[in-house]
Design a protein around this ligand. Structure first.
Ligand code: SAM
Length: 209
């Protein structure tokens, strides 16, 4: 009988990808198929990843999350029989993602409730910046899609404004956002918590053109 720690170690061997120096990921080797790959940045406790990967077994999902505790929470929930199409990387995502992810890798990129860094002096820490959007563009396939959400109104404005300033992405929504994704929507831990505090999310969606 394996202990909880040993079970986690076994699951890590299956689901966790480690990036070696000077290594480019080869998603055909990783997933052993040519299915499209979707990336989630900042997966938190993994609700979105877990639901989405079961809803779409024909898609491969790569989740990148910075915090060790959250990586463990995600991996503990993954089952080798059910979640064959999932891999997780523990890493801080920034512009250097192109050092290990080939250009044109992803059909979709999800950034769900990224940290809003509300203080003006911290805005430089926000993930969404023009340099980072350039990188998103590089790692997306032609006509690839970026989906974002935030309950922070000022960060929503920031995201909408940044994408509006660009000719290489077009918004799926006339107003630049929607407040309702309908039945398909997957509520994450963070979104649930913020809704309880009466913060309703904004959802944005951009297509690479
Ligand atoms: C506000 S939480 C949202 C988590 C989850 N998406 C949800 O909706 O519940 C933001 C998450 O992004 C992770 N994160 C923040 N910056 C990151 C980065 N540059 N690379 C990877 N993960 C990041 C944090 O560790 C945290 O788990």
């Amino acid at each position: 009988m394996l202990t909880d720690k040993e079970m986690l170690e076994e699951s890590r061997k299956i689901f966790e990808l480690k990036i070696e120096e000077n290594e480019m990921l080869d998603f055909y080797k990783v997933f052993e198929n040519n299915n499209p790959v979707h990336l989630e940045i900042g997966s938190g406790r993994g609700e979105f990843l877990l639901h989405k990967s079961v809803q779409h077994p024909e898609v491969n999902f790569l989740a990148i999350e910075l915090k060790e505790k959250r990586i463990k929470t995600i991996i503990r929930q993954l089952d080798p029989k059910i979640n064959k199409n999932v891999r997780v990387i523990k890493l801080f995502v920034d512009e250097k993602i192109t050092d290990y992810v080939p250009e044109g890798s992803f059909q979709m990129i999800y950034i769900i409730h990224p940290d809003p860094w509300p203080k003006r002096k911290h805005h430089k820490n926000r993930l969404i910046q023009h340099d980072f959007i350039d990188v998103l563009r590089k790692i997306l396939k032609p006509e690839g899609i970026v989906e974002l959400s935030t309950d922070h109104e000022e960060y929503a404005d920031w995201i909408i404004q940044h994408f509006l300033e660009r000719k290489d992405f077009e918004s799926a929504y006339n107003k630049g956002f929607t407040r309702d994704l309908g039945e398909e929507h997957i509520e994450t831990f963070f979104e649930k918590k913020k809704r309880e505090e009466e913060f309703e999310p904004f959802f944005m969606k951009y297509r690479k053109v």
